[in-house]
Design a protein around this ligand. Sequence first.
Ligand SMILES: *Cc1c(COP(=O)(O)O)cnc(C)c1O
Length: 392
Amino acid sequence: MTSAISNTYARLPVAFTHGKGVWLWDTNGRRYLDAMAGIGVSCLGHGHPKLVEAISQQAARLIHTSNLYQVPEQEALAQKILDISGMTEVLFGNSGAEANEAAIKLARYYGYKKGNTLPTIITMESSWHGRTLGTLAATDSEKARTGFGPLPEGFIKVAYNDLNAIKAAGDKEPRVVAVLLEVLQGEGGIRPSDITYMQDLRKLCTERGWLMMIDEVQSGIGRTGKWLAHQWADILPDVVVLAKGLGGGVPIGAIAARGPAAGVLGPGSHGTTFGGGPLVCAAGNATLKTLEDDKLLDHAAKVGTHLKNALKEALKGVPGVREVRGQGLMLGIELDKPCGVLVSRALEAGLLINVTRDRVIRMLPPLIITESEADEIVKILVPLIKAFNAES
Ligand SMILES: *Cc1c(COP(=O)(O)O)cnc(C)c1O
């Protein structure tokens, strides 16, 4: 069925025809509980009337004009992003990788303007920033990087959640211009950082004149129960990278900047044909408005805590379960052996999950999920984990 498509994904043998809320239906009419939301994208679930209406109306009115002209929908979305982030300017792109690429370019240009000829960015072990050449160089995944060298230079990788590792790297390399990191690593296995680490890193970046750039592509837009996950640490970074949930399902990415990162990129220094177009920005505006009007951040925090506690309770003392972790509706269960097979077993049981870093079961359900729907995840998933762990 997919023979016309390049073989870059090991796809599951299922195709969906439509969805409503957290539910998806396949071509045989079977219903699935979607605990992945298209990899953290469909934050309002499927078929949300407000989002559907905004996209339909905008499509009928005007789909694309380009950045040669003013785009009111883009200006409105930028203003909203500033309101929720505390930043002062926004640059749009079309995906997470493209937004991170823009952040990397911004950091390099920031160094270039100060006469730094090899501006260097510190990134983290087990990080994920995308699959373009620049973002691959920033990403710590041997699997994703192998065969694609030479990758751009100017990146140093250090241990995650370890301030001394960053200090040591900065002491050794005077050309550092920025630190790029996730607050809560997603592809890296739902690995959180400490609040004090983020606060100390904020101070360190200010002291040394480095840009603090936070990749909130997966953790942002309400996923952890705040607009942005770093807001749990009550800090203001210099650059915030957004994508996934921002458009509620349409492809959009953005970076927001402030302080030393604001005003770095001028006319002609960066650009995009599609980025920030009327259609996706109308979707972004409807998504952010609905998240706010329906108080879905608090809801995500509450249901997320409920789901995490329910999973912890049900998996307490189960051999082979290392940890249940994460925040809000970005949750992971680490097992002590590779468990990729659980993805297809869950699918057969009517539940969409994912496994990352071989042994971490990942859940990123739509932020509209109810407590009883969350209980359904537990009801389906826990017996599968128990049976799997009992196998030798
Ligand atoms: C998914 C992801 C990306 C890449 O986004 P794409 O839209 O797939 O390019 C970058 N950073 C993080 C943290 C992500 O989770």
